[in-house]
Design a protein around this ligand. Structure first.
Ligand code: NAD
Length: 425
């Protein structure tokens, strides 16, 4: 472990060269964020702002961090999941002088220690993925709240937590729900999670997915992406849901829909993507086939109840990286990937850079907007805000341009037609 008190703690600083190469690769695939970096490099609109971030330390996150720094911000960072930090990337950021506290494989106490360290730097903006940083501020460091202008939140589970806090009157500063932006939720969660979840499963198992019964729990944004990509690889996809409209959409997409109690008996690979706990529990493990593979791609490791599996096991051993074989008392084997944590980040590299380009452009613009409103003396209420709709269109237009696509625009007559309620047959 390498440590510089008050600045960083990372696994191995000597990995920094490899990390820098990975970051460079991501930069070459994130044209929208890089255009924003170029736009604000000279004017430094974030000068004087201190951002504490708690978000998976991946090569794409490093591009975001470096963009904040180029725009003038002081940054202090921690990872938002004990298994998602890429140690070489963390080392590269530390070597660059960024304050960062993150390493792969930390325990839960270390996890909160890292958050506490980033808070010592007294942020006036926060950036979350899962709301653990904001929750820590509210729960343990209320003395920091008067200085904090606002925050941003990256993921569905974090937005749920924050909306619950706001509803209970417990949220003490405004937060922007970056997750709910169209250019985030409909792309990152769908195509990013779709591809990277299968990437994680393949790296941890190397099994053939074609012909397998793949059970996807949850047909929301992430689940739909995973189901579509698994179908593309030739799997027989089964969807489980609790929301009738989502289940209906899955059936009309051509997926089989059934209750987990039924799916548990026939699934070869199980993937949870719900954001809800106890989706797979003891009674499901009891009927699973010998050799079944179980993993999760939702934010927390509570979707697959591993305590239940632990209580049923005779022994457990790691058979490959991120792949543990549980031998049950009746002799069946069940394989659990990445300890039930986000399989795409723990066993693979998380979402591809191209899709994080839009998510992190939203993060950057939302932090910038909070800073600008503050500078203008405009105070927001202590609630969860959506991003402005024009931000979505601006990011999508930039993305299309960088991809080389040209689209049509409405003519003046078409705009008039849209607002003419008397036009009919
Ligand atoms: N792995 C990643 O990199 C990644 C990326 C983005 C989001 N996430 C996380 O993935 C989770 C899902 O996010 P989302 O954007 O798809 O949310 P979403 O709200 O769009 O979809 C969740 C779906 O799960 C369903 N569901 C809830 N409980 C269920 C249960 N017990 N059984 C079956 N279905 C159930 C809901 O009805 C809903 O349709 C969240 O925890 C989110 O934070 C992970």
């Amino acid at each position: 472990m390498n440590e510089k008190s008050g600045i960083y703690k990372v696994k191995d600083l000597s990995l920094s060269k490899a990390g820098a190469m990975r970051i460079e690769w991501a930069e070459s695939r994130m044209p929208v964020l890089m255009a924003l970096r170029e736009q604000y490099r000279r004017s430094k609109p974030l000068k004087g702002f201190r951002i504490a971030g708690c978000l998976h330390v991946t090569k794409e996150t490093a591009v975001l961090v470096k963009t904040f720094v180029e725009a003038g911000a002081d940054v202090s960072w921690s990872g938002c999941n004990p298994l998602s930090t890429q140690d070489d990337v963390a080392a590269a950021l530390a070597a660059d002088g960024t304050s960062i506290y993150a390493w792969h494989g930390m325990n839960v106490n270390d996890f909160y220690w890292c958050i506490d360290e980033t808070l010592k730097f007294k942020p006036n903006l926060t950036l979350d993925d899962g709301a653990d940083l904001i929750f820590t501020v509210h729960n343990k460091h209320q003395e920091l709240i008067p200085e904090i202008i606002g925050g941003t939140e990256e993921t569905t589970t974090g937005v749920h937590r924050l909306r619950a806090m706001a509803k209970a009157g417990a949220l003490k500063y405004p937060v922007v729900a970056v997750n709910d932006a169209e250019t985030k939720w409909d792309f990152d969660n769908v195509y990013g999670t779709g591809q990277s979840t299968l990437d994680g499963i393949l790296r941890a198992t190397s099994v053939l997915l074609a012909g397998k019964n793949i059970v996807v729990a949850g047909f929301g944004h992430c689940g739909r992406g995973v189901a579509l990509r698994a179908k593309g690889l030739g799997a027989n996809v089964i969807v489980t849901e609790v929301k009738p409209t989502a289940a209906l959409k899955a059936t009309l997409e051509g997926f089989r829909v059934m209750a987990m109690d039924d799916a548990a008996k026939i699934g070869d690979v199980f993937i949870t993507a719900t954001g809800v706990k106890d989706v797979i529990i003891d009674r499901h493990f009891r009927v699973m086939k010998d050799g079944a593979i179980v993993c999760n791609t939702g934010h927390y490791d509570c979707e697959v109840n591993l305590k239940h599996l632990e209580s049923m096991k005779k022994r457990v051993r790691e058979v490959r990286a991120d792949n543990e074989e549980y031998t049950l008392k009746d002799g069946r084997k069940i394989f659990v990937l990445a300890k039930g944590r986000l399989v795409n980040l723990a066993a693979a590299e998380g979402h591809p850079s191209e899709v994080m380009d839009m998510s992190f452009a939203n993060q950057f613009m939302s932090q910038l907007r909070l800073a600008e409103l503050h500078r203008k003396g405009q105070k927001l209420e202590n609630k969860v805000y959506d991003i402005p709709p024009e931000q979505d269109q601006e990011i999508a237009a930039l993305k299309l341009k960088t991809m080389g696509y040209r689209i049509d625009s409405l003519t003046r007559e078409q705009v008039k037609y849209q607002s003419d309620f008397s036009a009919g047959t």
